[in-house]
Design a protein around this ligand. Structure first.
Ligand code: WT7
Length: 650
């Protein structure tokens, strides 16, 4: 049992291990420790080699890194164009007819887009943007469904040196207003609507609502996708297909400075107005190309890669658009939800395109567990050779389910830890090298320097603490748009000289990293600091449980008491007493929830993260605060109703 004075107590003890299959390791890009040794010997030389080998530069850089804490400049003086790296150079190397994107629309329509096709469309659209007055250094807003035009629009911005700001298509008019105005964007690219669960969801009407309050927008480009009726304001609004039909097909890529702004991406965080996270050109592209190649062991001549994220999130930016295209990958892009027309849609797509590398979120995996193993079993998933996860800690039991039911027991799993702010993957197994443990993101990648520290910034060798980064990395955020003070306060002030990511982590006996969730979520029960993640994983390790969310609610005796919200797997049943005992057996009596509520769904953000703050409000009987970022607000109403009815146990 842990000590009371630990920063975060370590409770779980997962002992299963999985070595890379010999055949996988033999063919993998990385299957020995040379890359780690190289990065440890000379960090700057290591990243310089990646930048030289993976990226094409129009002009070489002078210095690799200028580090004036907390401001980093990478590949200073170097010039390059991101779109040229993602498109032109592949076409020039003879890969013009290679498929870049197998696009699958939700209703079942498809498009096959080669690298030559994509280059053509991007050049035309770059000229369209110029004709609408967009110049190098301007900002362009993108509010689109998951259609190829989203990637085209991003790359067209990059081609002419305008920064994009993508707003997830599920966000409201108000979110769009805040983000457009903060960035002072000149042009908005949207669509009439997109498909979601068999129906057209309108986008242009939401955009119109926003446009009444966005004085900087001069022009709106509208892609026709949903076919729904939309109003077009003369002089301001233009159809994409009409502009493209007239556009000049040739547009030379701008020479961009390595430190020029590539994009802004807004993250809401827990409080206050959204932060415009700034990512620049040369370092970002190097980081995402390096991680996409090595973490996913991409072999571009034979892999079919599929990342199920939306382009509206950083995962879509780094691992649908920039990383895979810089590496010349062939990928699947899917417009819709995983349960339309049936709960097996993803597995049907894997079989149809022969997907070899599949990257998704733990929240999706837990949903698949709820739907049952029969769904993937309907399809031939034997093309898969590597699986990945991102977004939250993956509970060991969800990892095992993924391993068996999707990976057929043969695919390594890369649990990748990173953030909007880090730009690219930071902690992950290397699939041909690392022995994995279910639920652990394992080790920092070569070139990334992590330290877990206690409240006094002292390194923790063993046990729980705060996850910090001690050295700059090329994909790191360069600031918060328009708010340098907030940049320093948010990321660089908790621990002197270190970037603090907001996450807790634990180091086990073998030095493996276990992410413990946001430190704001850590509970304090009778002086023990317990991570919600570990109790959730203990609950999910019961065979009847698909998903669990745990929060600490104020308690007169213990300071905080553990409240758990549990969703069962399809067709399963279990009682509260059994689950409480199960947690006690798995990780100890101290972690036994005081109350357990069963619920068909948990409140989640639109990107699938559990909103523990709301569950805390429910547990403490408070009125709910801001629920606007919830994917489905009815879930908490139902929980409140049940909380009022259910007595808690001691
Ligand atoms: C936060 C960042 C990075 C793309 C998607 C999310 C959590 C992310 C993991 C993981 C445990 C993870 C962290 C992080 N997170 N990946 N593999 N294991 N936690 O981007 O919205 O910026 O969220 O997601 O808490 O800080 P984001």
């Amino acid at each position: 049992m842990s000590e009371h004075n630990d920063t975060i107590d370590a409770l779980s003890n997962e002992s299963r291990t999985f070595a890379p299959p010999a055949t996988f390791a033999a063919a993998a890009h990385i299957n020995d420790g040379a890359l780690h040794a190289e990065a440890e010997a000379d960090l700057e030389a290591f990243w310089a080699r990646q930048a030289r080998e993976l990226i094409t530069w129009q002009q070489p850089w002078g210095s690799v890194l200028e580090w004036d804490l907390p401001y980093a400049r990478w590949f200073v003086g170097g010039k390059l164009n991101v779109a040229e790296n993602c498109l032109d150079r592949h076409v020039a190397a003879g890969f013009g007819s290679k498929v870049a994107i197998h696009w699958e629309g939700e209703p079942g329509d498809t498009r096959t887009i080669t690298y030559a096709d994509l280059l053509d469309e991007v050049q035309r659209f770059a000229n369209v943007l110029r004709s609408l007055g967009v110049a190098k250094g301007d900002r362009v807003n993108i509010y689109l469904p998951m259609i190829p035009e989203a990637a085209v629009a991003m790359l067209a911005c990059a081609r002419i040196g305008a920064a994009h700001s993508v707003v997830f298509g599920g966000f409201s008019a108000q979110s769009l207003i805040d983000r457009i105005n903060d960035a002072e964007a000149k042009v908005l690219i949207t669509a009439d609507g997109g498909y979601r669960r068999g129906e057209v969801f309108p986008l242009k009407p939401a955009a119109d609502e926003a446009l009444a309050h966005t004085p900087t927008i001069d022009h709106v480009v509208v892609v026709r996708r949903g076919g729904n009726d939309v109003a077009m304001t003369k002089g301001r609004d233009h159809w994409y297909h009409e502009l493209m039909a007239e556009a000049d097909p040739v547009c030379a890529p701008e020479a961009m400075d390595a430190e020029d702004l590539l994009f802004l991406l807004y993250t809401s965080g827990t409080t206050g107005k959204p932060k415009g996270i700034m990512h620049t050109t040369g370092g970002y592209l190097t980081h995402v190309a390096y991680t996409h190649r090595n973490v996913f062991d991409l072999h571009r001549d034979r892999d079919v890669y599929w990342c199920t994220a939306d382009v509206g999130w950083i995962t879509g930016h780094s691992y649908i658009v920039y990383g895979p295209l810089a590496n010349g990958a062939t990928q699947v892009m899917y417009e819709g939800v995983p349960n339309y027309p049936g709960n097996d849609r993803f597995w049907e797509i894997v079989a149809k395109y022969g997907v070899t590398i599949f990257y998704t979120a733990p929240t999706a995996i837990r949903t698949f567990m709820k739907w049952g193993a029969d769904e993937p079993a309907k399809h031939d998933l034997s093309s898969l050779r590597l699986l990945g996860t991102v977004g939250e800690p993956i509970n060991p039991e969800a990892w095992m389910w993924y391993h068996h039911n999707i990976g057929g027991g043969r695919c390594p799993i890369v649990d990748t830890w990173w953030q909007t702010e880090t730009g690219g993957i930071m902690i992950s197994p290397l699939p041909g090298l690392t022995v994995t443990k279910p639920g652990s993101a394992t080790f920092a990648l070569p070139g990334v320097n992590i330290e877990v520290v206690d409240d006094n910034a002292q390194p923790v060798e063993h046990g729980g603490g705060y996850l910090t980064l001690t050295r700059p990395w090329p994909g790191m955020l360069r600031g918060i748009w328009g708010d340098p003070e907030r940049f320093v306060d948010t990321y660089w002030s908790r621990f002197q000289g270190r970037y603090f990511a907001g996450d807790g982590a634990r180091l086990d006996d073998d030095g493996y990293l276990w992410l413990l969730g946001r430190v704001d979520d850590v509970m304090n029960v009778s002086g023990h600091r317990i991570s919600t993640t570990e109790v959730e994983s203990a609950l999910v390790s019961h065979p009847a449980v698909a998903e669990a969310a745990v929060v600490g609610a104020n308690d007169a005796t213990t300071g905080q008491a553990i409240f758990a919200y549990v969703t069962l797997r399809g067709g399963q049943d279990v009682d509260v007493a059994t689950l409480r005992d199960h947690v006690a057996t798995e990780i100890g009596a101290i972690a036994k929830p005081k109350a357990i509520f069963f619920t068909p769904d948990l409140p989640k953000t639109r990107s699938g993260k559990i909103m523990r703050r709301l569950l805390r409000d429910v547990a403490e009987g408070r009125n709910l605060g801001d629920t606007t970022t919830l994917a489905d607000a009815s879930v908490v109403d139902e929980l409140q109703r049940r909380a009022a009815e259910t007595p808690s146990e001691d």
